[in-house]
Design a protein around this ligand. Structure first.
Ligand code: SAM
Length: 473
């Protein structure tokens, strides 16, 4: 039944295969010989199968776990260097017809204020986001064909790209909306979206159906096959994720790895990124009502295993997690993070009074973006506002080729330096700017992209100081 090439959900995420994998992983959790073999393969830095990855996740041998964490850090360093790409979510509408048990936007929630941004309000939110320094957004919306039809999403994308406030611009809009048709994905593709993001929530079909009792999201196959339809429509950067806490993390991890394998097998290109959200407290949602919460150590191991199993896939952490937790995960494989986020519909332009709070969930890392940027540099990370790959057509397979050849440093590192410089010139506080200037000087000294690129970056830095913007490799 299990067939990674199939386009049918229950064949590429085959429950039987997951259960056998979990049993195999459990049986071998202390099998040093097998774990050594898997680690040896992992050291080639070309990834692992879901079965191999599941064994590492279950591994109980302390010294092997230490090796595993070290390898994750090494892979992260080799493929992504010290760069961290920044973005912010923009909630457009919390109207929703679904009944998702874990989400306060579920349609039985009659007391949460419902709100849908007008195009004028979106413009104001985008100006506020540009004034923070953001260049990349992830737009979010509930599922409601009447209030938030695809036309509304398309208008909103156009509005976002059209706002050019001072030196600001949103250069990449990623989209996190409910599973939809090939036709709608094609429209999103034509509107110039970056990544299409859809969290599976849970790969376990029986749990999925219980957690989504009503509304179109109830349909497990339609939801699970969404990325196939997006790919068919020409969107070749897709981003996966599960909501950790809903189901057993081992099941979810295996499902996630199988989904990545499926995209590679069926389309020749794996997911562009994987998100690792954990369930949080929200309006009428109490996370302790779900039995599968994971502690920080398990969470760190999941991130390390994803890094090892899918080295070419970016990994995203949101402000659901605390500063401390984010810090730990950065070294293990995270390559993108949100900063200065609001999860309410509106709220960047004008603070929300409590009575109008339409937040999707509570944020743990509440620091302004400037603090996050400063903190990253103090930890030795290079904050990046780069959006170059997708604008240069390096998406899907082409992006993966660059990544697999490890040429990514030649593009990404210079682009990170250039976009950080723009941030420092236009938006940073005096303290962040001072730290940033020193940081860029150091990064230029160690830049490994060759003399020609180095000289070009130096020239661009001078031009940015003189007021020019938007350079990229
Ligand atoms: N409505 C779209 C869909 O159905 O996929 C967009 C998703 S929603 C705006 C973004 C994500 O937030 C969801 O996919 C879910 O994983 C996550 N989410 C929902 N409730 C949450 C909670 N209480 N804590 C943390 N994340 C939550």
């Amino acid at each position: 039944m299990y067939n990674p090439k199939s386009h049918k959900a229950e064949e590429f995420i085959d429950d039987g295969e997951i259960l056998e994998t979990l049993e195999y992983a459990h049986k071998n959790r202390n099998n040093a010989e097998l774990i050594d073999k898997i680690l040896e393969k992992a050291r080639l830095k070309k990834g692992l199968t879901h079965r191999e990855a599941a064994v590492l996740l279950d591994c109980e041998i302390e010294e092997k776990n230490k090796e595993l964490f070290e390898l994750a850090m090494e892979i992260k360093q080799e493929y992504y260097g010290n760069r961290i790409v920044l973005f912010a979510p923009l909630y457009l509408s919390n109207y929703c017809v679904n009944g998702c048990i874990y989400c306060p936007y579920h349609h039985q929630n009659k007391h949460i204020p419902r709100k849908k941004l007008t195009q004028e309000e979106i413009r104001n939110e985008v100006i506020a986001l540009q004034d923070m320094g953001h260049k990349r957004l992830a737009i979010e919306a509930g599922e409601d064909p009447v209030n938030n039809p695809v036309e509304y999403i398309l208008d909103s994308i156009n509005t976002i790209y059209s706002v050019k406030h001072k030196n600001g611009a949103i250069r990449r809009v990623n989209v996190n909306i409910a599973a939809t048709s090939v036709e709608n994905y094609r429209k999103l593709h034509e509107a110039g979206i970056g990544t299409y993001v859809l969290f599976q929530e849970t790969y376990n079909k029986a749990s999925y159906e219980k957690l989504h009792p009503t509304g179109p999201k109830h349909n497990y196959a339609y939801h699970t096959e969404a990325m196939d339809r997006a790919m068919e429509a020409g969107i070749d950067d897709v981003s996966l994720g599960v909501l950790f806490g809903l189901e057993s993390y081992r099941y979810e991890f295996t499902g996630l790895m199988m989904h990545a394998e499926h995209l590679e097998a069926a389309f020749g290109v794996g997911p562009h990124a994987i998100s690792v959200p954990r369930i949080k407290k929200a309006d009428d949602i109490d996370p302790s009502a779900f039995d599968n919460g994971i502690d920080d150590d398990t969470f760190a191991k999941i991130v390390a295993c994803i890094r090892i199993a899918t080295p070419y896939t970016g990994m995203i952490i949101s402000t659901r997690e605390s500063q401390e937790c984010r810090k730990r995960l950065l070294s293990l494989g995270i390559s993108q993070m949100s900063g200065g986020s609001k999860t309410s519909v509106g709220g960047y332009f004008k603070p929300m009074p409590d009575t109008e709070n339409s937040s999707q969930f509570d944020i743990s890392d509440k620091r302004p973006l400037d603090d996050v940027i400063k903190w990253l540099m103090e930890l030795g990370y290079l904050p990046s506002f780069c959006t170059a790959c997708y604008r240069a057509g390096r998406t899907g397979e082409r992006f993966m080729e660059v990544c697999k050849d490890r040429q990514i440093h030649n593009f990404c590192h210079p682009n990170a330096i250039i976009t950080l410089k723009e941030y420092l010139e236009d938006y940073a506080s005096a303290e962040t700017k001072a730290i940033g200037e020193k940081f860029i000087k150091h990064e230029m000294e160690i830049l490994e992209s060759g003399e020609a690129i180095k000289t070009a970056v130096e020239k661009d830095l001078v031009k940015i100081e003189a007021g020019e913007r938007d350079f990229r490799f």
